[in-house]
Design a protein around this ligand. Structure first.
Ligand SMILES: [Zn+2]
Length: 281
């Protein structure tokens, strides 16, 4: 059975790029007669805010993007058993953020080559296997990337906080997720996460990467692109159908004013790969 998920991070308000990915997740699950889960990705407690979460829920309800059930929020989960299972491939890294920002990851897993140093403490990194890997994306077809180009992923930060990398894979496995739908900014990173799925003994999900949406300045959407946020559009008098007439063409579904109206025509491979650049408001 298809099990999809909506996994919003309550650190920023819902923008049109998020809406596109969530629409893809909703359509994909509904087209298969599957289930759709809602999971609040608040593992980064310092950046997560309850008022933002309330706004996200309100925006999703206004748009008609409903899930069938809600799974435990990340901040309530325990990742100890997962980390114990991965222990043979973990090592402590003492590289500073400045060292990481300078790059140098491609050769040694982390800038300082910590995998061979046997540090007793620091951030915990997951040792990737070398070599290109490929997967089939339902929109992009066969994709290939070198996971080590990103460096070994940090699973637990130096301050003890579990990272997105670990939480998202562990939660998808725990929640029985079979279909991951998300923005194309994570397309090449998929081969990194596939190694975590494999190390945890789970078959990887089907992948679908929706078009990345950029602001009029060509940058990824952020707080500075206020008019691309659902709440701002609603405040300016837009209806849900107005939002869908902008977003659904990015999924190959021109002219539909709601997800239900678009559902019979849903084809995960149809529509542009992106990126989509918004016009100036
Ligand atoms: Zn290091």
């Amino acid at each position: 059975m298809t099990i999809g998920r909506l996994a919003p991070t309550p650190s920023g308000r819902l923008h049109l790029g998020n809406v596109c990915a969530f629409a893809g997740a909703w359509l994909s699950a509904r087209a298969d007669g599957g289930r759709l889960l809602l999971r609040i990705e608040d593992v980064d407690r310092g950046r997560s805010r309850l008022d933002v979460e309330a706004d996200l829920r309100a925006d999703l309800a206004w748009l008609g993007v409903q899930a069938d059930a809600e799974t435990p929020r990340q901040s309530s989960r325990d990742y100890g058993a997962v980390l114990a299972h991965l222990a043979p491939r973990l090592y402590h890294c003492r590289c500073t953020r400045a060292m990481r920002d300078e790059g140098l990851v491609a050769t040694a897993g982390c800038p300082g080559g910590c995998a061979d140093r046997g540090w007793p403490d620091g951030a915990l990194r997951f040792r990737l296997r070398p070599g290109f890997a490929s997967f089939v994306d339902r929109r992009w077809g066969r994709c290939e990337s070198d996971p080590r180009a990103f460096g070994d992923p940090i699973l637990v930060r130096r301050d003890g906080l579990v990272s997105y990398n670990l939480a998202v894979v562990a939660d998808d496995i725990a929640d029985g997720v079979s279909d991951v739908v998300r923005g194309s900014d994570l397309l090449e990173y998929t081969t990194v996460q596939m190694q975590l799925w494999e190390a945890l003994g789970a078959p990887p999900p089907r992948w679908l990467h929706t078009p990345l949406v950029l602001g009029p300045d060509g940058r990824k959407l952020s707080k500075s692109h206020g008019s691309a946020h659902v709440g701002a559009m609603r405040d300016a008098g837009a209806t849900p159908a107005d939002v869908w007439r902008i977003v659904l063409p990015w999924l190959g579904l021109e002219g539909a004013g709601s997800l239900r109206e678009a559902l019979p025509r849903w084809d995960p491979a149809a529509g542009p790969r992106g990126p989509i650049t918004l016009a100036s408001p």
